[in-house]
Write a new protein. Structure first.
Length: 359
């Protein structure tokens, strides 16, 4: 049958949506003339503007998602304003499966196997297995359409002007693009997903001493992350006269270069040499922009699932399971304890050497 209209639903966080792009790209290659609509949370929708695999973004605000009647009405209108040939619900919750439930004439209604999802989908798949790549899991959803081979690269579409504008801003803040630039994820939203602050500080201290040519930009969100980042910055500044308190002068550590949107974060990543720090959605953006990354993986998330390691875009992770294969049986605190300062320092040294060799 001819596939003209496709709906892909991927509510949740930024990283989840970025990891959905290989599926979107595979659909575009298979159906170059199709309309591919992408449903996602409103706050991350701007990140996908201009993506060549997406015809239309259907964004749901938090207010729309949490007001039952408003949500049901918008879902109903979405699937009745366009007769979809394919609906792919990448999460398949009670709420999201309404798209397929309200469109029973859609020939391909693809979702995740759960006790209640039989009522909505005619093609169901098991959820992401332990230590299965999320990209591999996502691409499995395409098998009813006869798509078995696909490029696994994650992609975003940030314009050259956006990159150039942010580069000018970085230069105005004191960045010297004749020298390498590290984007450092020194903290994270949840304490349970953040490597120990004293260890992060020590690794960065060693790195600045060993590689004075590298400039470091701290990446963090407002609120608690900002407080954590400032604390690490000042701890480093107390021991390093080259770490300044503002963006002027001969500084190496920059606290106040801010990305005020997800698209600006992508533009900043595109202008950096590499990323080091905690794993999270921001790191997925770094990889989508083709920049190398080395991350300390949270015990709460499988390295294999959430970190699509590859050599084309140098991507590496350090997880407790790399050190102790039985680490999953330990508590989060015990797992993080396995990831010592010396191990991360050695990995960062090796990682940076690989970057220099590729330069």
């Amino acid at each position: 049958m001819a596939v003209k209209n496709i709906l892909v639903i991927r509510f949740r966080q930024m990283g989840d949506a970025v990891l959905a792009t290989p599926l979107l790209n595979a659909l575009r290659r298979q159906y170059p003339g199709a309309q591919i609509d992408f449903v996602l949370n409103g706050r991350i929708a701007p990140l996908f503007e201009g993506h060549p695999a997406v015809s239309r973004i259907i964004a749901f605000t938090d207010e729309e998602r949490h007001h039952t009647l408003t949500y049901i009405n918008k879902v109903w209108r979405t699937v009745h304003d366009c007769r979809y040939d394919v609906i792919i619900d990448m999460r398949s919750t009670v709420n999201t499966m309404l798209f397929a439930l309200f469109s029973r004439r859609t020939p391909f209604r693809i979702g995740i196997r759960k006790p209640y999802t039989w009522i909505a989908f005619n093609h169901r798949f098991e959820g992401c297995e332990d230590d299965e790549s999320m990209i591999s899991h996502n691409l499995r959803l395409l098998s009813p359409l006869g798509i078995s081979q696909a490029d696994r690269a994650i992609t975003l579409s940030i314009t050259e002007k956006e990159k150039a504008d942010f580069r000018v801003y970085m230069q105005a803040q004191g960045i010297d693009f004749s020298r390498p630039v590290m984007l450092a994820g020194v903290t994270a939203k949840l304490a349970s997903k953040t490597w120990a602050e004293d260890r992060m500080t020590e690794v960065l201290r060693r790195f600045t001493e060993a590689h004075p040519e590298v400039q470091i930009i701290f990446n963090y969100a407002p609120g608690q992350e900002a407080e954590n980042a400032r604390r690490i910055y000042h701890r480093l500044s107390d021991n390093d006269s080259s770490a300044g308190s503002d963006s002027t002068g001969d500084t190496r550590i920059f606290l106040n270069i801010e990305a005020r949107s997800m698209r600006q974060l992508a533009a900043m990543a595109a202008n950096c040499t590499f990323y080091f720090g905690n794993e999270g959605g921001g790191r997925h953006i770094v990889q989508a922009m083709g920049r190398p990354s080395l991350v300390v993986c949270s015990p709460m998330a499988s390295k294999t699932t959430w970190l699509p390691e590859n050599d084309e875009v140098l991507t590496r992770g350090i997880a407790a399971t790399d050190i102790d294969p039985q680490a999953k049986e330990k508590s989060s605190e015990e797992q993080y304890a396995l990831i010592t300062t010396d191990r991360v320092w050695a990995a960062l040294q090796d990682f940076y050497e690989q970057i220099r060799q590729k330069a």
